[in-house]
Structure formats: C-alpha cells, structure tokens
Design a protein around this ligand. Structure first.
Ligand code: NAG
Ligand code: NAG
Ligand code: NAG
Ligand code: NAG
Ligand code: NAG
Ligand code: NAG
Ligand code: NAG
Ligand code: NAG
Length: 281
C-alpha cells in the first residue's frame, strides 16, 4: 500500500524529522486543521493584510507549465515533463486555506518555478519583521523509474540578532500513481516525455501543486531564509509568510485558540508505525 513508507531513504529521514520536530517544537507541529478556503473578510477581528508574499520572479529558474504537449520550452522535472498550463490558474491571486499566495505566470513564457538549491532569499527592510508561519506552494520531482516519495527538508530562517532556526517541512511529489497524495491544486494529468514514457505525450497520474507549512519563531525580525538543498528535489511556486501581528485564527485554528500538545509518543519498531496521542493543554 503506502510504498513510500518502506522506500529506502525515506524511513530514516522521516524518523529523523519526527525526532527533530518532537524535540524542538511539538506545539508547532500538531496544528489543528485550517479553515476551508473562503472569504476571510466576512469574519470579525481579522487583520486584513497579514500576508507577505515573497516576490520570487527574479529567482525563478524553471518553466513548469507548458502551453501544449509539444511545447519543449517547459521542463519542470529536468526530464522534459511539465504541467499543462491550461489547467492551472491564470491569475496571480490564489487563496488556499485562508492563506493568500501570489502565483507565478503559468500562462506566459516566463519562468514560473524555483528549483530549491540552497538559495538565500533576503528580505527587504520593509519585509523584515516578525512572522509566525511559513506557507509554500511547491512540489517534489523525481527521476524516471524512481519512487514518488515526499521530501523532508529544512528552510533555515535568519533573524536580525544573528540567530537561525530550521523549520522542517514535508512536501509531496508532483504526481504519483494512485491517489496517495492530496494537493492544493489538482490536475488529472501532466505532459509526459514520449521518449521516457512509452511514447505517451500525456501521463494520467494524479498531478498536483502541493502545500506545506511550518511554524517559525515570531519574537524577532526575520531578515532572510535559506531554501533547502537541491538534493531534496523541492520546487517552489510561491512563498507566503504570515505576520506575527495576525491572530492565529486569521489563518487557521477553528475552536479553542490553544495549541495541541503531545502527551505520549510510542514507536512500534516492527511495523515502523508511530502512535501519537495528544490533547489540549
Ligand atoms: C516582482 O519582481 C519583478 C522583478 O524581479 C518585478 O518586475 C515585478 O513587478 C514584481 N512584482 C510585484 C508584484 O511587485
Ligand atoms: C505548442 O506550444 C509551442 C510553444 O508555445 C508553440 O510554438 C506551438 O505552436 C504549440 N503547438 C500547438 C499544436 O499548439
Ligand atoms: C491569462 O491572463 C492574461 C492577462 O490577463 C490574458 O492576456 C490571457 O489571455 C489569459 N490566458 C488565458 C489562457 O486565459
Ligand atoms: C542575499 O544577500 C547575500 C549577501 O548580501 C547575497 O550574496 C545573495 O545573492 C542575496 N540573495 C538574493 C536572492 O538576492
Ligand atoms: C533539520 O534541522 C535539524 C536541526 O537543525 C536537524 O536535526 C535535521 O536533521 C534537519 N533535517 C533535514 C532534513 O535536513
Ligand atoms: C515508440 O515509437 C517508436 C517509433 O514509432 C517505436 O519504434 C517504439 O517501439 C515505441 N516504443 C514503445 C515503448 O512503444
Ligand atoms: C503513472 O506513472 C507511472 C510511473 O511513472 C507510469 O509507469 C504509468 O504509466 C503512469 N500511469 C498513467 C495512467 O499515466
Ligand atoms: C522589528 O523591526 C521593526 C522596524 O525596524 C522595529 O520597529 C521592531 O521593534 C523590530 N522588532 C523586534 C522584535 O526587534
């Protein structure tokens, strides 16, 4: 069934990330589910502009979306495959779970994705402030014949006092046989590379742009963030930071505002499954 759980390489890194997130910030990890997409302005007590959308235009280095199956200018995964632009939004404004993103221009010939490779994104003076969370739209690529596995990766946040913080995320592959992974944006197919994909121009595996989020320390001003290394195969379409001035319920957390706290964690080494119990603090 869940083949990624037994894929070599994934289990060790998955366990490592568990250990890491458990050690550093359990209260950040077990967020309650976010609100479904919908008009935020109808709610009361909501700060209207808590979102800082990083402008990645200058650092985009990949063309992810193709205008048709023979449009060779697009090459999302470095193996000639691409998203069909006609199935992607043609507007920059995109809201997912109450988080507002600036999408790239999928429908133009401009680059529309960033291959994460340890780049340092410097925030401008105006952007350098306190934030409580990172939100990204992205997807993980994989080589022909390799398993569609998620990637575990750190975004390193740099603060004005010289401190750094590693925020760990898990991001899913851009397509996978079956419907194992859910994504923010769903496409029923993508353009294949006929020479690698049995002469097919279309691959009908479920294809996605995925969402990932992490809590970050909000007591200090953020000055820069370092993206994960290229070995993670993470590609990024949009990054939004939520300002610390925004109440938690701006972006999430229906019900009691307090966060969940881990009370118990056990590992079953035979099945490699984890049992986690938590309750309200
Ligand atoms: C983003 O940056 C590019 C140049 O890198 C600029 O042309 C564009 O106007 C900027 N977009 C916004 C919304 O500021
Ligand atoms: C496919 O897209 C390319 C690049 O935009 C374009 O040159 C070509 O005419 C398109 N082909 C078809 C059949 O639409
Ligand atoms: C996408 O939006 C641009 C700018 O509004 C417009 O010129 C273009 O025709 C749109 N393309 C599609 C496929 O809707
Ligand atoms: C961020 O700043 C560093 C040091 O000034 C510089 O080397 C790097 O190119 C900058 N990154 C971007 C994306 O501008
Ligand atoms: C993320 O950073 C933490 C601590 O800085 C480290 O223990 C962990 O191994 C890193 N994870 C990855 C996937 O790099
Ligand atoms: C792909 O097409 C070529 C040329 O028509 C043919 O020789 C080859 O057998 C085909 N490959 C597959 C896997 O169908
Ligand atoms: C789904 O992807 C797998 C692995 O890349 C491939 O072998 C298969 O043909 C694809 N399935 C469809 C329906 O396109
Ligand atoms: C962050 O920067 C702003 C503007 O420079 C400043 O007013 C504020 O005090 C800083 N916050 C912290 C926690 O240093």
């Amino acid at each position: 069934m869940l083949s990624f759980l037994t894929s070599a390489g994934f289990v060790p890194s998955f366990l490592a990330v568990w250990t890491h997130v458990y050690d550093v910030a359990p209260e950040f990890v077990f967020q309650r589910p976010m609100l479904a997409p919908g008009p935020q302005s109808a709610q009361t007590g909501i700060i209207t502009d808590p979102f800082t959308q990083l402008n990645l235009t200058a650092v985009f280095d990949v063309k992810a979306a193709a205008s048709n199956s023979s449009d060779s200018s697009a090459n999302f995964d470095s193996y000639g495959r691409s998203y069909p632009a006609k199935l992607l939004p043609n507007s920059s404004d995109y809201s997912f779970r109450g988080i507002e993103f600036a999408l790239p221009s999928f429908h133009s010939s401009s680059n529309d994705a960033l291959r994460s490779a340890g780049q340092v994104l410097n925030l401008s003076t105006a952007e350098s402030r306190q934030y409580h969370s990172l939100h990204i739209l992205g997807a993980v690529t994989f080589a022909p014949g390799a398993s569609a596995v998620p990637s575990v990766a750190n975004f390193t946040f740099h603060y004005d006092d010289g401190e750094t913080y590693d925020a760990t995320i898990i991001l899913a592959p851009w397509f996978s046989p079956g419907a194992v992974f859910e994504g923010a944006i769903y496409l029923p197919y993508h353009y294949a590379n006929p020479s690698l994909d049995s002469n097919q121009t279309i691959d009908k595996n479920n294809t996605h742009i995925h969402y990932a989020t992490a809590r970050i320390p909000s007591a200090r001003n953020l000055t820069a963030l370092t993206l994960p290394p290229s070995s993670t195969n993470i590609h990024i379409f949009a990054i939004t930071l939520v300002q610390a001035s925004a109440p938690d319920n701006t972006v999430a957390t229906p019900g009691p505002a307090r966060v969940a706290q881990i009370q118990q964690k056990t590992q079953n080494s035979d099945s490699r499954s984890w049992t986690v119990a938590w309750g309200m603090c």
